[in-house]
Design a protein. Structure first.
Length: 486
């Protein structure tokens, strides 16, 4: 199936107004051709987790490819009375001519490391800020939440059911895409199935059952329509006294005479752990041990873990509102910061200073690497280096905490492997990335998560993963801080 991009609208004006007012100032100052460097990173993992899942790159690519100002856009900007006609002439010819380097979509990522680095003319780099952040922040948030939910299901399939609780159409569709990257087995959102070739699932609502004179007739009608894929919702009236007995009757009296089998039942209310155990007993006594039990109803990773700890007999889960908006941690705090400018042919690092230590940025044009133990194949940590630094795994490597030089770790020569995390997406305006299907991204993410230590996956108090600096970068950062202090 062809994977559709899904971007039919011009999203160039999805920006904060200050992107345009700054761009206009750069234009009037004759700086429009000055090259700058921006990093996109985030500061804290959602839900205090051990890592996040990077997602949204494909949609960002589509936005960058289609970056332009239509006459309608220009007419609106003219109505703001903040820009002149010379600037509008510039915008008519505007397109992205810079370079973008990004981690691969689906990569497990950690705070304070560049997920994306943009090297571009200053107006181009500035104008893409908002659309870059809203795209990556949203999908990375939902992919991360999905991973947590799937993890606690312990191998049982999880399906994304959240469209009606999503915060808008795009949230529903792209949230389903992100959830699939995060590990769900499918979605109930048909638009996501069409656009991204994600498996779609769905059976019936309570209203279907209520529309019939009785529950049995509703179940029978559905079974006759879908004899090969019949899952019955059993909690409309009374799960154990009505729903499950009627499901058993339909399995025995309608499907088995046709040579078919009831595929499953769904529990959507009540005490899921208790009801699933009782339903399993009833199905098994009736000789229907093959019938699967699906649970839904405001589930999240903690509730799934709890009901499984109580011995719930659940074969799969449908998770909606708590996943599609990441209810427990609804903001992915990605930021986009200037880290260097080009001046007289030199790259000049820049730093943002704050009284909050965690908000002090790492200066300069940089690269990010992941280090793996040769013996186990597991990740040791990530290291951020200046773009022109060469790391050599045949030498001892000492990596340093981002603000404390006395916190360091030395990795012995020939015991580790170095892998760069960022790859080119655009180079001097040319698209150079080989696009992947969402399934390929999902498979890659699963593979990369398997290279992390188990302790990083704990929901509570996960292991702190190293994201450190090279000595050269740390020294330069400390020098800049000292100079600013003086």
């Amino acid at each position: 199936m062809t994977q559709h991009a899904g971007n039919k609208r011009n999203l160039t004006l999805v920006m904060d107004l200050y992107e345009m007012t700054m761009a206009y100032n750069y234009f009037k100052q004759g700086k429009k051709d000055q090259y700058v460097y921006f990093d996109m990173f985030y500061r804290k993992n959602p839900d205090h987790g051990g890592f996040a899942i990077y997602a949204g790159l494909q949609q960002l690519i589509e936005c960058i490819k289609d970056l332009h100002f239509s006459e309608g856009d220009i007419e609106y900007l003219r109505s703001l009375h903040k820009f002149d006609e010379e600037f509008f002439d510039y915008l008519r010819e505007f397109h992205f001519t810079g370079s973008i380097y990004s981690m691969r979509e689906g990569t497990p990522v950690f705070p304070n490391e560049p997920l994306i680095t943009v090297k571009a003319k200053i107006i181009e780099a500035q104008i893409i800020e908002t659309v870059l952040l809203v795209t990556i922040n949203h999908q990375s948030l939902i992919a991360t939440k999905a991973h947590r939910v799937v993890q606690e299901a312990k191998g049982r399939p999880v399906f994304e059911f959240g469209a009606r609780r999503g915060q808008g159409y795009d949230s529903a569709t792209y949230g389903a895409r992100a959830a699939y990257i995060g590990g769900v087995a499918g979605t109930a959102t048909v638009s996501a199935g069409m656009m991204f070739d994600i498996p779609v699932v769905g059976t019936m609502a309570h209203s279907f059952i209520q529309s019939f004179d009785n529950e049995y007739e509703a179940f029978k009608t559905y079974a006759l329509t879908y004899p090969d894929d019949c899952i019955l919702l059993v909690d409309t009236y009374d799960t154990l006294k009505s729903g499950v007995p009627h499901a058993i009757e339909v399995a025995k009296e309608v499907l088995e005479p046709m040579g078919k089998k009831l595929k499953g039942i769904r529990l959507d209310s009540g005490d899921i752990a208790y009801l699933s155990k009782k339903a399993r007993q009833m199905l098994d006594v009736a000789g229907l041990s093959y019938v699967q039990i699906t649970a839904s109803n405001s589930l999240d990773e903690y509730l799934i873990r709890s009901i499984l700890d109580q011995g719930a007999k659940i074969d799969s889960f449908g998770v909606g509102e708590n996943l599609i908006v990441s209810k427990s941690s609804p903001v992915f705090g990605g930021v986009y910061k200037l880290v260097a400018i080009e001046k007289d042919g030199q790259i000049v690092p820049k730093i943002k200073i704050s009284e909050n230590v965690e908000k002090i940025t790492n200066p300069g044009y940089k690269k990010v690497y992941r280090l793996f133990e040769n013996e186990t194949g597991k990740a040791i940590g990530d290291v951020i280096a200046f773009y022109d630094e060469e790391l050599d795994n045949q030498k001892d490597l000492t990596i340093y905490h981002q603000s404390n030089s006395w916190k360091c770790k030395t990795i012995e020569a020939n015991t580790y492997t170095i892998e760069p995390l960022q790859i080119p997406i655009f180079e001097e305006g040319q698209f150079v990335y080989e696009e992947l299907s969402v399934k390929e991204i999902r498979d890659y993410s699963i593979k990369e998560k398997a290279r992390l230590w188990d302790e990083i996956f704990r929901l509570e108090y996960p292991h702190d993963y190293y994201v450190d600096l090279t000595k050269r970068l740390l020294d330069y950062k400390m020098m800049m801080l000292e100079e600013k202090r003086k």
